[in-house]
Design a protein around this ligand. Structure first.
Ligand SMILES: Cc1cc2nc3c(=O)[nH]c(=O)nc-3n(C[C@H](O)[C@H](O)[C@H](O)COP(=O)(O)O)c2cc1C
Length: 196
């Protein structure tokens, strides 16, 4: 498959990842040009300069952003799209789904008070699944948390869209000279698993 085809597959995957209640709180900035990657690399924030080379050398870097709030218009857009896509052919079922979704979001917003945190969890799920899909396609995927979100938001005018940067994902092919050959280090299985 051509790199272009792989890009389409990886981005198609990013689009298809599930989110709780199908809330779809994301917008993804795909930086495929030198200018795009340079703008990000130059705006990581002072203490995160060591990540700039990883971004500049990547084939594509994705800025995964999450809604900073959840206005009624967004929820209505989700429901309208579900109806247009025929998600629930039975209109009564769609109506029940919408009511259940509103209840759940009220719980997150006013009960658990973790709406933003909850939405960002959906973003990490999208990133994790995309990393797995990239691996299947033979593409290296590097998650990056080393950046100042305020600075990245400003450089790409992201807050103006109602979103904020959550995490970055650099995609490409590894430099053989820089690939680590040392073992990966993880806790042993008896520390990780409890069988009941
Ligand atoms: C969510 C996440 C964010 C990360 N952010 C960075 C980063 O900003 N810069 C970096 O060099 N490595 C970053 N890493 C890489 C981790 O430091 C690395 O995966 C970890 O130390 C384990 O190393 P290994 O994957 O080579 O086994 C990140 C990894 C994850 C999962």
């Amino acid at each position: 498959m051509t790199p272009r085809g792989k890009r389409a597959d990886a981005l198609g995957f990013l689009r298809s990842t599930p989110s709780s209640t199908n809330v779809q709180p994301n917008h993804f900035y795909v930086l495929a040009t030198p200018e795009g990657k340079e703008r990000l690399a130059a705006n990581l924030g002072e203490r995160f300069q060591d990540n700039s080379e990883k971004i500049l050398k990547a084939s594509h870097t994705v800025i995964l952003t999450t809604r900073a709030d959840l206005p009624g218009g967004h929820l209505q857009a989700v429901f309208d799209k579900e109806r247009a896509d025929g998600r629930f052919p039975d209109p009564a079922k769609q109506a029940r789904w919408e009511s259940m979704t509103r209840d759940f979001l009220n719980l997150r917003n006013y009960g658990y008070k973790d709406l933003n945190h909850w939405m960002e969890k959906q973003t990490y799920l999208a990133m994790g699944l995309t990393m797995m899909a990239a691996a299947e396609l033979g593409v290296e995927a590097m998650p990056l948390e080393g950046f100042d979100p305020t600075s990245v938001d400003k450089a790409f005018k992201i807050r103006e869209t109602g979103h904020t940067t959550t995490v970055l994902l650099a995609l490409g092919y590894p430099d053989p000279a820089k690939v680590y050959n040392s073992p990966i280090s993880r806790f042993e299985t008896d520390q990780l698993f409890t069988f009941v």
